[in-house]
Design a binder for this molecule. Structure first.
Ligand code: MBD
Ligand code: FE
Length: 303
């Protein structure tokens, strides 16, 4: 942006930055000794570049403090702050780049971010079961106007050449209710609602019932949401379903799939959409349990 003509180097004394970097001792944790000079340099350059004031710096500190105060095992506000700044997606991209550079096998399913709402130990269910724990249309979290049910099946494959099915892979899945809330955000939902783990059969196949995901706003009642509003940004994510897919001898895949009909598909507030992860739900005939179906295969990297 304009207003800065002669670059930060000329305007401010750089010896402070050098001093802070040089203060690291010889017994520092090696990875920290490697990365901190860069972090310090970028932080200092940032503050110089924008002429950061004490009030602005204090506001930043307070934002991070508020995020920490609000976080517990049900809500990770600091992660949400990283997400709206694109940092979780960037770190995912950097990691994927390192992995693919080291790999000799075929293309595996792209990763996407974990997000703040994963819970381990979702119920282990038989293939063909539903992760919807109570489909009575009277439950408060079920909005009949937007809810529709879906059957999702697919195979977990190895990206080895030739590609082979992985048996006993675990497909760990979670998504929001039609009211836009994950089960742990919503006292009305049963514990572990819309979460489940499925084990693949000998053909690498899994299958389950769920709901077709809807677009929803990330929690905007906290500091991350306030910050979005100050940036004049909307809080919506396109409808998505989260997965962690793991299989013996393979790299565990954290990813999400996205509904191609969603109006937010090109404007995800946390920047997690990738083309290969965009899916189309097809109308499902002759199944009283589901109006939509989706076939989606995952491809895991051998380790
Ligand atoms: C979500 O539901 C989510 O998946 C991510 C990555 C960030 C905020 C809310
Ligand atoms: Fe999510």
């Amino acid at each position: 942006f304009d207003g800065i003509d002669d670059g930060p180097e000329k305007k401010y004394d750089l010896t402070l930055t050098d001093k802070v970097i040089a203060a690291t001792g010889p017994n520092a944790l090696p990875r920290l000794a490697q990365i901190m000079p860069s972090l310090i340099r970028h932080l200092h350059d940032f503050a110089r570049e924008v002429d950061l004031t004490v009030d602005e710096w204090t506001a930043g500190v307070e934002l991070i403090n508020e995020c920490g105060r609000m976080s517990d095992d049900k809500r990770n506000e600091t992660m949400l702050l990283c997400d709206i700044l694109g940092l979780e997606t960037l770190v995912d991209e950097v990691t994927a780049h390192m992995v693919s550079a080291a790999s000799a096998s075929g293309a595996s399913t792209p990763t996407s971010i974990l997000g703040p709402f994963y819970r381990p130990n979702a119920p282990l269910l038989p293939n063909g079961a539903s992760i919807v724990q109570d489909l009575t249309p009277s439950v408060p979290w079920y909005d009949e106007a937007v809810a529709s049910s879906a059957y999702i099946t697919g195979r977990v494959m190895s990206s080895s050449n030739p590609s082979t099915p992985i048996r006993n892979a675990i497909v760990d899945v979670w998504h929001t209710a039609p009211n836009g809330l994950y089960e742990q955000q919503d006292p009305e939902q049963p514990d572990m609602n819309l979460r489940g783990r499925f084990k693949t059969d000998g053909d690498g196949r899994f299958a389950f019932y769920c709901l077709r995901p809807v677009a929803y706003p990330i929690p905007d009642d906290g500091p991350a949401g306030k910050f979005l509003a100050l940036l004049d940004r909307h809080p919506y994510r396109p409808g998505h379903i989260h997965f962690i897919v793991s299989g013996p001898g393979h790299r565990t895949l954290t990813t999400q799939i996205f509904d191609d009909c969603d109006e937010y598909i090109t404007k995800d507030s946390v920047f997690a959409v990738k083309d290969e992860l965009v899916v189309r739900f097809e109308p499902r005939e002759g199944d009283s349990q589901a109006q939509w179906s989706l076939e989606y295969d995952f491809s895991l990297e051998p380790v």
